[in-house]
Write a protein that binds this ligand. Structure first.
Ligand code: 5AD
Ligand code: FES
Length: 372
């Protein structure tokens, strides 16, 4: 006989899958659903609740994306940043860090290497570094676009003006990742110094969408002070934004930040939220993040099994990887690009999926799988 609470849980999951939503009370219940074991091991999910949720998320992802996992080659442009976010290892206030910038030729070399390894999307990510003004950045974007016309250029350079986003779009960028970090005003203020405003960040995301970018938002799970109610606000915001991509990973402490003593986010909660996101946004691109792979050696595999369908291996030059430390113990800093590529191939296959090397645009509802 099924236990009563198990029936209740299955009911929640079924309604979430059917409606792509749950009433707030029930969503909170699901987010906070108790679990006997605290850690998820390679052997599988921590408890039946999670197992049932992952199963449903995997069913939905296979319905839309099959077993495909998309590759994005991540190039970490610069670890200079004018901001001072309390959680981030490359914050301005961290004076113990050797800073670097990649020039256009180095970036193009990374792209060439990546192209040879099968990458068809390059993600240029960096701190908010005034050196990469529109002129410099447009030069880089159009050079990549010209040399690799069959590839997508994704940018992840933080908050810029609408005009700047438009210029970069005109230069050939088509996707932009900007995690909203927290949709709750209260939590956003606990994570950022006074000069940073949630309102500006959200405006950036809506501007990017209007310009025509495929847009990625996202957040850290278990960020200091974050409660289930905050996550609920994040879900509501994501429903309003309807992003193409949603990047989530556990918060991980960095020794040289104000949050050095705060506990890391948990893998279980990250996986649970990933599965919920897959059920709410069947068409979204959901990366199984480096942070997830850092908190547990099997984290990225489990992420894929909980609904994720994107991996973002590192394509940065080996010499600078160590310096792009957003949090402690980040994986892949000692590896070459080719090693990360092979490593992920094996990991994705072991999780039961298949890496595809096409450009990997988001799929939209009502559009058949094979349509261009
Ligand atoms: N732990 C986990 N993720 C972090 N990020 C920044 N610092 C940390 C940290 N300490 C995430 C932020 C940012 C993305 C590039 O990396 O969400 O948007
Ligand atoms: Fe970089 Fe595994 S992905 S070594």
């Amino acid at each position: 006989m099924m236990r009563r609470d198990e029936r209740q849980l299955n009911q929640l999951i079924a309604v979430l899958a059917r409606d792509r939503d749950l009433p707030d009370e029930q969503m909170l219940e699901l987010l906070a659903w108790p679990c006997e074991a605290e850690s998820v091991r390679a052997a599988g999910p921590a408890c039946d609740a999670d197992a049932a949720l992952y199963r449903e998320a995997d069913r939905v992802r296979r319905e839309v994306y099959g077993d495909a996992v998309y590759l994005r080659g991540l190039i970490e442009l610069t670890n200079h940043c004018k901001n001072n976010c309390y959680y981030c290892g490359i914050r301005r206030g961290n004076t113990g860090l050797a800073r670097y910038r990649l020039d256009q030729e180095t970036i193009l070399r990374c792209c060439r290497e990546g192209y040879g390894l099968g990458y068809r999307t390059f993600v240029l990510q960096g701190g908010e570094d005034p050196y990469y003004n529109d002129e410099v950045m447009c030069g880089i974007v159009s050079a990549i676009h010209e040399e690799f016309p069959d590839c997508a250029v994704t940018l992840s350079l933080g908050e810029r003006s609408r005009e700047s986003y438009q210029r970069l779009f005109d230069a050939g960028a088509r996707r932009y990742l900007l995690r909203h970090e927290a949709a709750s005003e209260e939590l956003y203020r606990q994570l950022h110094p006074p000069g940073m405003l949630l309102e500006n960040r959200l405006q950036c995301l809506f501007d990017l969408k209007e310009i025509g970018y495929q847009v990625g938002a996202g957040l850290m799970v278990g960020a200091p002070g974050q409660k289930a109610e905050h996550l609920l606000e994040d879900l509501h915001f994501l429903q309003r934004l309807q992003p193409d991509m949603i990047g989530i990973g556990p918060f991980l402490r960095h020794a040289d930040t104000p949050f050095r003593d705060r506990p890391n986010g948990s893998m279980r909660m990250t996986l649970r939220l990933l599965a919920i996101l897959r059920l709410m946004f069947p068409y979204a691109l959901l990366p199984s993040t480096t942070a997830l792979g850092t908190i547990d050696p099997q984290g990225r595999e489990l992420g894929l099994q909980a609904g994720a369908n994107v991996v973002m291996p590192n394509l940065s030059p080996a010499e600078v990887r160590e310096q792009y430390a957003l949090y402690d113990n980040k994986i892949c800093t000692g590896e070459e690009s080719a090693q990360c590529r092979t490593c992920l191939e094996t990991r994705v296959a072991s999780a039961g999926y298949r890496i595809v090397t096409d450009i990997g645009d988001v799929k939209r509802e009502g559009v058949k799988r094979d349509d261009p």
